[in-house]
Design a binder for this molecule. Structure first.
Ligand SMILES: [Zn+2]
Length: 286
């Protein structure tokens, strides 16, 4: 049986037979791989810890007919700090779930994404860093790598440069923001005041979580864009190397609510593009 070696992060798994597991791995060398970890569910087995979600291993795999088989595993990193904090763990599971569902599209850039995911998980281990903000920058970096970076500077319909008093909605089909004028006059959903009133009602009822899907228009999906959320997204969209410092104007509660709203907006956009609801988000209580 031919063998190959990779450095890989465990991003998903399910049980196979009585004692084995099938692991979904994202490797630096080959992108997404599914492989069997034999005996991973046997109590006390050496492979058990190495088969856990988020464990990073140097692996030797034997090529099988349908699935490859892990023959050797050596731990590189296990992100212990994340495992001691439920919120951070939930975010890490979200990153892993995104990798399972979108990783196929990243196979050509597997090394870049592997390093990005490793860096994102290391940052989550830093208890001084705000996990919501880290998640926001991760979502934007992932979208950038997938070629789906949201357009936030200009209106995706009229190309006019956006300013905070002229924001309409973030349109998930078009992948960017629409100015207020285009939203109320050019989009089929706009239809003037009536829809805006619905937005206002929803905003009042749900706070920032105002993902609205108008009846009968399932394929068009958008989120109301407030100036605070828009600014947060713009600031977070700088390249991951240039760690942006976001201004702490306003109370910490407002800043946190704004960050969460921005994260929700990107969650919705990613799920819309992936055609899949991410389950791990249910673990995130905020
Ligand atoms: Zn416009």
């Amino acid at each position: 049986m031919p063998t190959y070696s990779v450095n890989a992060i465990n991003v998903g798994s399910f049980n196979l037979g009585e004692s084995d597991k099938i692991i979904t791995l994202f490797s630096s060398e080959r992108g997404l791989i599914r492989a069997v970890a034999k005996g991973a569910r046997k109590p006390g087995a050496k492979i058990a810890g190495r088969a856990e979600l988020l464990a990073v291993n140097k692996l030797l795999l034997a090529q099988g007919r349908s699935l490859d088989i892990i023959t050797q595993a050596e731990t590189i990193e296990s992100f212990k700090a994340i495992r001691n904090d439920l919120t951070r763990l939930a975010y890490a599971f979200y990153y892993a779930e995104l990798t399972v569902h979108l990783g196929q599209g990243l196979n050509q850039e597997s090394q870049i994404y592997y390093e990005m995911l490793m860096a994102a998980l290391r940052q989550l281990c830093d208890l001084n860093k705000e996990p919501v903000y880290l998640c926001l920058t991760f979502q934007l970096s992932l979208l950038h790598l997938l070629g789906l970076k949201p357009e936030l500077d200009s209106c995706v319909l009229c190309r006019k440069r956006l300013v905070e008093y002229d924001l309409g909605v973030f349109h998930h089909d078009l992948g960017g923001a629409i100015c207020n004028l285009c939203f109320s006059t050019k989009t089929p959903q706009g239809k003037g005041q009536k829809y805006k009133m619905r937005l206002a009602e929803a905003e009042e009822a749900y706070g920032y979580q105002d993902n609205i899907e108008p009846k009968g228009q399932m394929s068009s999906y958008f989120t109301h864009l407030t100036p605070l959320v828009w600014k947060k997204l713009i600031l977070a969209s700088y390249s991951p190397e240039q760690k942006p410092v976001y201004p702490n104007n306003g109370s910490s509660e407002i800043i946190e609510k704004t960050l969460i709203a921005a994260r929700h907006l990107l969650e919705t956009y990613i799920e819309h593009r992936a055609g899949k609801k991410m389950k791990s988000l249910g673990l995130i209580s905020i």
